[in-house]
Design a protein around this ligand. Structure first.
Ligand SMILES: Cc1cc2nc3c(=O)[nH]c(=O)nc-3n(C[C@H](O)[C@H](O)[C@H](O)COP(=O)(O)OP(=O)(O)OC[C@H]3O[C@@H](n4cnc5c(N)ncnc54)[C@H](O)[C@@H]3O)c2cc1C
Length: 380
């Protein structure tokens, strides 16, 4: 639970708060809330984050990082999110993601440059809603020939390469199956058909592959390992989204607590009203349950347990809870919270996207039910 942290994690949390106070908040106060973050400010955050020891937390020691476990990551991510600063997004260095176990050519030409910040990647998982077939590859000599499309590839426009989940057809070499393929963005046959933004402010692309040839040396691991590898990465990201959701709950509850205690035009603070208190109590109940789940799952992950089911449960609950908490906070604040640029308005858009990224809530529910009913896995 968040209150029974070992001394090391308490110190890490305190150092994160200090970093927010001395570095992130002053830098953020100098930039326009509606404008993109200037490159120079981003560089300053990265430099300060390196010096303070946060940047390398997401990076393996083999690449000069200080890789820490799930509980430490959870503590720092939640603390950063609780500050509700845009600059928090620049604190961590690039992690290995699905390339973690890459060897040989992929390690040298993709993983290592990614860790050095010289190359960036995107993740191509989601198929377009009207796709007649999943993205498929057939073997042709030393190449795979890929046909299909991926949508919602976040940052796909700027990425140097895309980690694409696809289906390899059976051949003389193997029985086929799902695979993860590393694809350079400028590969002939890869076309970015559409660029778009979602309401949380993030940008994505729709990309199509037409007879795109990629060497088989770009398959991560073996054919058939595609889904487990993708799922491992998604599992880590789900815990990170949950930590962010819980941090946002903390910020929102602090904000609304002040609002409910402040003078109101009716003559008494809104927090004096029983109906308001009932809503407020529900918000706190949800936040308490969400944080309890988050830290329990992080501890199980730290102990090396399989937390696929618990990670799903935590991601669904925390992202739905933060949606309800921010929605209630808006209601209690009144119309002013809907004015573009109000912090709750911005959070409302941001947290809505969380119920889709790394697995839509309903689909995750189906996976969770399957975990128990079909596979006899998962805890309560
Ligand atoms: C901000 C943002 C960033 C994203 N980044 C990426 C990225 O980098 N890479 C990537 O690959 N994807 C990304 N995605 C896509 C995201 O993973 C998908 O939106 C999500 O998995 C849902 O898929 P979908 O949009 O195709 O919806 P669909 O699969 O069409 O589902 C729509 C709805 O239909 C219902 N539904 C669907 N299937 C079932 C079922 N079997 N049973 C019951 N109900 C069902 C659910 O209510 C579901 O929410 C991103 C999305 C967002 C919003």
């Amino acid at each position: 639970m968040p209150e029974s942290l070992v001394q090391e994690h308490i110190e890490r949390r305190d150092r994160t708060r200090e970093f927010i106070h001395t570095t992130l908040a002053p830098l953020e106060s100098g930039i326009d809330a509606g404008a993109p973050i200037p490159g120079e400010v981003r560089r300053q955050v990265v430099e300060a984050s390196r010096a303070a020891g946060f940047f390398g937390m997401t990076q393996p020691k083999a690449y000069g990082g200080t890789e820490v476990g799930p509980v430490a990551m959870t503590v720092v991510r939640e603390t950063l999110a609780a500050a509700n600063l845009r600059l928090s997004g620049a604190v961590f260095g690039p992690g290995p993601g699905v390339l973690a176990a890459a060897e040989g050519h992929l390690r040298e030409h993709y993983l290592a440059p990614q860790m050095r910040g010289e190359k960036s990647s995107a993740f191509g998982f989601t198929e377009p809603a009207d796709a007649p077939h999943p993205t498929t590859a057939r073997r042709d000599g030393d190449d795979l020939v890929v046909t299909g499309a991926k949508s919602y590839v976040s940052g796909g426009d700027r990425a140097d390469f895309i980690n694409v989940v696809l289906q390899v057809e059976p051949s003389d070499v193997d029985a086929g199956g799902p695979a993860l393929l590393v694809v350079d963005r400028n590969t002939p046959g890869l076309e970015i058909e559409q660029r778009f933004e979602t309401l949380d402010g993030s940008s994505h692309v729709f990309m199509r592959f037409t007879d795109m040839r990629v060497p088989t040396t770009h398959i991560l691991g073996k054919v058939g390992e595609g889904m487990p590898r993708a799922m491992r990465q998604i599992g880590d990201i789900r815990l990170s989204i949950s930590a962010q959701a819980c941090g946002i709950m903390l910020w929102t509850l602090d904000y609304i607590t002040e609002h409910l205690k402040a003078p109101h035009r009716s003559g008494t603070p809104l927090g004096d009203r029983e109906g308001v208190r009932m809503r407020y109590a529900d918000m706190r109940i949800q936040a308490y349950a969400a944080r309890s789940m988050l830290y329990r799952t992080a501890r199980l992950a730290e102990a090396g347990e399989n937390v696929i089911n618990e990670g799903i449960a935590t991601k669904v609950f925390t992202t739905e809870a933060v949606g309800e908490i921010v929605d209630q906070a808006l209601q209690l604040c009144g119309g002013s919270a809907l004015v573009i640029g109000h912090p709750l308005e911005a959070l409302y858009r941001r947290v809505r996207a969380m119920r889709f990224t790394e697995g839509a809530s309903d689909i995750l529910r189906l996976n969770l039910a399957r975990g128990r009913l079909d596979l006899d896995k998962g805890r309560i």
